[in-house]
Design a protein around this ligand. Structure first.
Ligand SMILES: Cc1cc2nc3c(=O)[nH]c(=O)nc-3n(C[C@H](O)[C@H](O)[C@H](O)COP(=O)(O)OP(=O)(O)OC[C@H]3O[C@@H](n4cnc5c(N)ncnc54)[C@H](O)[C@@H]3O)c2cc1C
Ligand SMILES: *[C@@H]1O[C@H](CO)[C@@H](O)[C@H](O)[C@H]1NC(C)=O
Ligand SMILES: *[C@@H]1O[C@H](CO)[C@@H](O)[C@H](O)[C@H]1NC(C)=O
Ligand SMILES: *[C@@H]1O[C@H](CO)[C@@H](O)[C@H](O)[C@H]1NC(C)=O
Ligand SMILES: *[C@@H]1O[C@H](CO)[C@@H](O)[C@H](O)[C@H]1NC(C)=O
Length: 603
């Protein structure tokens, strides 16, 4: 299907733009709009007079060695036609449709499609899902219409230059994991970094940073599992600080948001371990960001917000020794119980579980759990003891098991131990699925609040579930292993250093649901679900990569006292707003108007 369809669409693209070309003086770079009495200056989107004409697109395509593609969502193969911004094309292809249908929930399938953001489809408008009814309509939703598959730094530079010169909305798309819709954008030019897969190990880092240990340089497209697999083969086996998810990109959104994972107890966030970046900034310059060169940009790229300061081409991180590790799983499921006291019993069990959070993280345990995915169920998969023997881990958990036993809580448990954490990771961490639609929010619980009022935590969890949400928790201590003198060397919110549990809330809702249904779900997430957690931990904060983009006072929630400095760095490196990602530094005057489509600056 591919080449024929893209050829056709390209033709349509050229014709449409030639017809729309306006003779006379060059059109303004900005499109003026008014909505609800507010005036806006908007970026150039398809159909606007300032949208580049066909000759410009053709020249640009030549500059990037023909790596420009018109975007057709993967599900289009199941529909007779795709109704894109540049015309209607026939797309039905039975074999291709079967492949897409079979793989829709497979993360890597979605990641490898050059622009799909199918991991969390809500922000695509949940458009063009595979169907058995080919006469349904397949549209682009909030996907960008044109994708640059960058193969080298020069392509990224050309993409940034073209977007800046033509005032296009620019989206950087690596794996499409972003929960907040930052890797899709209506009417945008997308730079896809997924092909930049270089991995280079350094026995000794010679680039300074007060560090001369082992390191690894990762191209922007490298995913966690790719570097972990290679690092494990070194002698002795090494690790990079990555998240629990194997398929996220390391040098893209993860480091710019922070990047927390099982090794956070020992080395802080991934961002705390970064040594150097190569980055293309808004002016199209290729820069090094390190402690010695552009040190302000270096600081901002370490947790200051994804897609806000430049396009990372590659990043270098510290490598650490891996260690023998032990894991335990725990399942408590009272969903189907006929016992009239089951609900109380369940919440008592949750209270017991959570009361150990501070002790566990102080001992260096990482605890990954899901609460309420099936009603009254708690699923800890797993408790991780890095550098611990099974006996040591069991001893740390025994007090909890004693309390659960005394109360008569039914549960199942299992355990295993491994020569390295990497082996545990492969054996005990569960693969995630793609293709589902939900709103994501979250908050963190600060040690002082958990200690002062543990009952408030359980009450908040009850409210979250009662409001139709479920949760994913991550217990770690980001201030434990990293010397306090280094905490401020990255843009991570200082409040994160005393967090003991980082929660994600998930409110299922179709991205193609009626607008009033979407508005109700968003309101529930912000003002009921996450509010309950904020109330339970006023000293907590929020993680820019796993949060509600409409978190009240997001600047403070995401960055605390670091925000004013980040805003100045944004103004210095991207004064015109070439880069936009929702709720990142400097975006307070930007809005997506016309029901989440046009990207505009408030006047
Ligand atoms: C199943 C799942 C599990 C997760 N688990 C964890 C976890 O354990 N720990 C954790 O910290 N996070 C976790 N996350 C969140 C993760 O940190 C974010 O989704 C992250 O933004 C993914 O980055 P990406 O580059 O892979 O994704 P993308 O969606 O492609 O990009 C994310 C953001 O980064 C920007 N970006 C991407 N590449 C570049 C680049 N080269 N230069 C500039 N900007 C760029 C994009 O524009 C976008 O704003 C998880 C997410 C999912 C879906
Ligand atoms: C860019 O050029 C390549 C190679 O000639 C072509 O296959 C592709 O369709 C072009 N892209 C667009 C958007 O026209
Ligand atoms: C997005 O979906 C809504 C329905 O939820 C629909 O009204 C709207 O037209 C869609 N927008 C786009 C850009 O596809
Ligand atoms: C929990 O129990 C319910 C009812 O028995 C069952 O439907 C569900 O599959 C169980 N969930 C898990 C995760 O085992
Ligand atoms: C691990 O599980 C086995 C049962 O499979 C049990 O006998 C053993 O005590 C457990 N060990 C630890 C350390 O938890």
């Amino acid at each position: 299907m591919k080449s024929a369809v893209f050829g056709l669409v390209s033709g349509a693209l050229l014709l449409a733009q030639d017809a729309a070309a306006v003779p006379g003086p060059a059109p303004s770079k900005w499109v003026m709009k008014t909505e609800n009495g507010q005036n806006y200056a908007c970026k150039c989107h398809p159909g606007d007079p300032c949208w580049p004409d066909s000759a410009k697109w053709r020249r640009f395509n030549n500059t990037v060695n023909g790596n420009l593609q018109v975007h057709i969502p993967p599900g289009a193969a199941c529909y007779n036609t795709f109704e894109g911004p540049f015309g209607v094309v026939n797309t039905y292809n039975e074999a291709e449709c079967q492949t897409v249908t079979a793989n829709w929930y497979d993360e890597q399938f979605q990641i490898d499609h050059f622009a799909a953001a199918g991991l969390w489809t809500y922000f695509t408008n949940d458009t063009c899902r595979p169907t058995t009814n080919p006469s349904d309509s397949c549209t682009l939703g909030y996907y960008g219409p044109i994708v640059l598959n960058a193969k080298k730094m020069q392509h990224i530079k050309a993409g940034v230059d073209f977007a800046r010169q033509n005032n296009l909305r620019l989206v950087i798309r690596n794996t499409g994991h972003d929960f907040l819709g930052r890797s899709v954008g209506w009417g945008s030019l997308i730079i896809n970094t997924h092909s930049l897969k270089d991995i280079k190990f350094h026995k000794r880092w010679m680039g300074g940073c007060g560090y001369s240990g082992p390191a690894v340089t990762l191209g922007a497209g490298v995913q966690a599992f790719e570097v972990l697999e290679k690092a494990n083969k070194l002698n002795p086996p090494k690790v990079v600080v990555t998240g629990e998810c194997a398929t996220v990109g390391v040098s893209g959104g993860l480091v710019q948001g922070g990047g927390h994972g099982p090794f956070t107890n020992f080395h802080g966030f991934l961002a705390d371990t970064a040594l150097e970046f190569k980055v293309v900034t808004a002016d199209g310059q290729f820069r090094t960001a390190s402690p010695r060169t552009n040190s302000d940009l270096f600081w901002a790229l370490k947790g200051g917000g994804p897609g806000a300061f430049g396009v990372i081409v590659e990043a270098t991180f510290k490598l650490f020794d891996d260690k023998p590790s032990a894991g335990v799983n725990l399942d408590i499921n009272l969903s189907g119980s006929t016992d009239p006291n089951a609900v109380d019993l369940f919440w008592n069990a949750v209270g017991i579980f959570h009361s150990y959070s501070t002790q566990w993280v102080d001992e260096g345990l990482y605890v990954y759990y899901e609460l309420g995915t099936m009603g009254h169920n708690l699923r800890v998969h797993p408790f991780v003891g890095i550098g611990k023997t099974p006996q040591e881990l069991a001893a740390l958990l025994q007090p909890m098991f004693n309390e659960l036993n005394a109360l008569g809580v039914p549960y199942t448990t299992s355990n295993a131990s491994f020569p390295t954490f990497y082996d545990l990771y492969n054996a005990m961490f569960e693969a995630e699925v793609a293709g589902n639609s939900a709103l994501t929010g979250g908050w963190t619980l600060a040690r002082e609040d958990v200690e002062a009022n543990p009952a408030a935590v359980v009450d908040a969890f009850k409210k979250v579930l009662a409001a139709g949400s479920f949760m994913v928790g991550h217990m770690w201590n980001a201030g434990r292993g990293l010397p306090q003198s280094q905490w401020s060397q990255s843009a991570i919110n200082p409040r994160f250093r005393h967090v003991v549990d980082k929660l994600i809330t998930i409110v299922p809702v179709g991205g193609n649901a009626p607008l009033n249904v979407k508005a109700e779900a968003q309101n529930r997430l912000t003002n009921v679900v996450d509010k309950a957690l904020r109330d339970a931990s006023p000293n907590g904060c929020s993680y820019v990569n796993e949060a509600d983009p409409f978190t009240p006072n997001w600047q403070d929630a995401f960055w605390g006292t670091n925000y004013p400095k980040l805003l100045n760095i944004k103004k210095k490196y991207d004064p015109e707003g070439v880069f936009y990602a929702v709720s990142t530094p400097g975006t307070e005057n930007w809005e997506q108007i016309e029901t989440g489509t046009r990207l505009c600056k408030k006047l």
